[in-house]
Design a protein around this ligand. Structure first.
Ligand SMILES: [Zn+2]
Ligand SMILES: [Zn+2]
Length: 559
């Protein structure tokens, strides 16, 4: 007996086929907005994840387009996509669509069997990563090539950076705006007494390089919420958040969604801690985990933005180096799994209670209306730089692409004036919100907090179009949104790439890290590698060749 193979289409393909058929037969004419997700799910009898997969298929075939914050729209069928549209419509087939309840559950994933690793006997005397070769799923090439961003170089960040350096993770980008102080020394393995008042990011990067001179490091002494170009995040494999406040986590969460990157969050307090991995489109995101109250608190703070920024700097949480190493260790492992393409469980949280040594994992529910669930469309790489390009320049480019209605949408509010409610004096300023302190917001005459006028839309009417992007708060290598009310474009300031992302801090020849007072450092060849003296800011060598920019973002509605 011969059994004929039956061609099966996935639920998502079938659903995509039905929608394609509706576009082809004119029941969804070009420009029409799709019904809301829930309605589509009901109509097609599929789950949200299946629907999103279907929409993604249609989007890839350019049959529909996503308009961020609006929804999905049918596109015009042209010769370019006609054939594919017809093929897709054929997928719908005559068979009835199975109800969503029969979809495979979203429980733990089966661990794939590791491929046969080529037999390789490491030289444990010469090869510092040699023992990792014995781990069946550990892939040296992937680890060496990995680009990992660590945001926050406090107690958690120190542990994570130490672990990543020890494991030979090839490229580390460390961000922190803070400075080392005495209180950090009780929980930060990378800091020394003499580091007082120096940039945490810089010291941590220098020490990571001295732990493992084979890796490449770069640091940024700045605020992740406003000073980190999205193009940097876009070129990372995984982002690890070692943060201590909601505002920064929320910002990191949105950035990671925008450029479709996984991120690992960790939080600690006394002997308690938690770890969670967020992957765009796979389960809940950080914002989904926030309660209504937390979201209200955050928006309250945003209603007085000058104060909001100030508050981020307050509210220190007591931590111990022990819980930092437990949670930091778990975060590093999650990152390592992501780098090695091992299964992870996004949208879940693992709590660890060190008082009673209890650990448990639970899943968060994704929220339909979550504001974080947006991913940028195709990113246009411009040879432009934040320091040189003016608003007028960018507007000109946007208008060439999107027509005369095009507007630029900045990520950060720009304060244009401050007005005193008492004496009605008006001060014209033009500065990004992040650069105006709470104190500066007060009236110099009567001391009352002034009302600020802000904008983040550049429509072309402004008197300050000659200003550079950098001067209005756009960081180097950022990606800027432009739209004409219908379509969006995403422009990256790729001209900034060589200076902004190089992983060349403290490279050999420029390395000047004060060695740790370890006894081994004084004997053997190792000691000669790290020079004596202080960490210097040299070693910024231009990158050889640019990073692969082939990655194309897509607009996706994700859960
Ligand atoms: Zn969410
Ligand atoms: Zn006043």
């Amino acid at each position: 007996m011969k059994i004929q193979p039956i061609a099966h289409k996935s639920l998502a393909e079938t659903a995509a086929g039905k929608l394609a058929a509706s576009i082809l037969d004119g029941s969804l004419p070009p420009g029409t907005q799709f019904p809301p997700e829930r309605e589509l799910m009901n109509q097609l009898g599929i789950s949200r994840s299946t629907l999103r997969e279907a929409l993604q298929r249609l989007e890839e075939t350019r049959l529909i387009e996503a308009r961020p914050h609006v929804g999905w729209f049918a596109r015009t069928i042209s010769e370019a996509n006609m054939a594919q549209a017809r093929e897709m419509a054929g997928w719908a087939g005559p068979q009835a669509v199975r109800p969503a309840t029969q979809e495979p559950s979203t429980g733990p994933l089966r661990v794939p069997i590791a491929h046969e690793k080529p037999i390789h006997i490491p030289n444990l005397r010469k090869d510092r990563l040699g023992t990792f070769e014995f781990i069946s799923w550990w892939e040296r090439e992937k680890v060496l090539k990995a680009r990992v961003m660590v945001i926050g170089a406090g107690a958690l960040g120190n542990e994570v950076i130490k672990n990543l350096a020890l494991m030979g993770v090839g490229n580390l980008f460390i961000v922190d705006f803070d400075k080392v102080e005495a209180a950090n020394l009780s929980r930060s393995i990378l800091f020394r007494e003499g580091d007082n008042n120096r940039s945490k990011a810089e010291i941590a990067a220098a020490r990571a390089k001295s732990i493992n001179p084979d890796i490449h490091v770069q640091y940024m002494n700045g605020d992740v919420t406003t000073q980190l170009g999205l193009g940097i995040i876009r070129r990372m494999d995984v982002i690890i958040g070692c943060l201590d406040n909601r505002e920064a986590r929320l910002a990191v969460n949105r950035f990671c969604y925008w450029v479709n990157k996984p991120w690992v969050d960790g939080a600690i307090q006394e002997l308690l801690g938690l770890v969670r991995v967020f992957v765009p489109g796979k389960g809940a995101c950080y914002e989904c985990t926030l309660t209504e109250q937390a979201l209200r608190d955050l928006s309250m703070r945003y209603s007085c933005p000058l104060l909001a920024r100030q508050n981020i700097l307050l509210g220190k949480v007591p931590t111990t180096p022990t819980i930092a190493s437990i949670i930091g260790g778990m975060q590093s492992q999650e990152a390592l799994k992501i780098i090695n393409d091992m299964p992870i469980e996004p949208g879940k949280v693992t709590h660890f209670n060190g008082m009673v040594n209890e650990m448990h994992t639970t899943a968060y529910s994704p929220r339909d209306d979550c504001e974080s669930h947006w991913t940028y469309g195709e990113i246009t790489e411009l040879p432009a730089r934040a320091e040189r390009t003016t608003l007028a320049d960018l507007l000109r480019i946007a208008r060439a692409d999107l027509g005369p209605e095009a507007m630029i949408e900045l990520d950060q509010e720009l304060i244009t004036q401050l007005e005193c409610p008492n004496d009605h004096t008006v001060e014209e300023i033009l500065r990004p919100l992040s650069e105006v302190t709470f104190e500066a917001g007060h009236c110099p005459t009567c001391g009352v907090l002034r009302e600020s006028t802000m904008t983040h839309i550049i429509s072309g009417e402004e008197k300050f179009l000659h200003r550079t992007l950098a001067s209005v708060g756009v960081p180097p290598l950022h990606i800027i949104k432009a739209h004409n009310g219908v379509q969006y474009r995403f422009y990256e300031l790729t001209g900034d790439l060589p200076d902004t992302l190089h992983f060349r801090h403290f490279e050999q020849g420029h390395v000047t890290v004060s060695p740790a007072p370890a006894p081994e450092a004084s004997k053997g060849a190792a000691a000669s590698r790290s020079d004596h003296g202080k960490v210097r800011l040299k070693g910024e060598v231009k990158m050889k060749g640019t990073v692969s920019a082939s990655e194309r973002g897509r607009v996706k509605l994700r859960g």
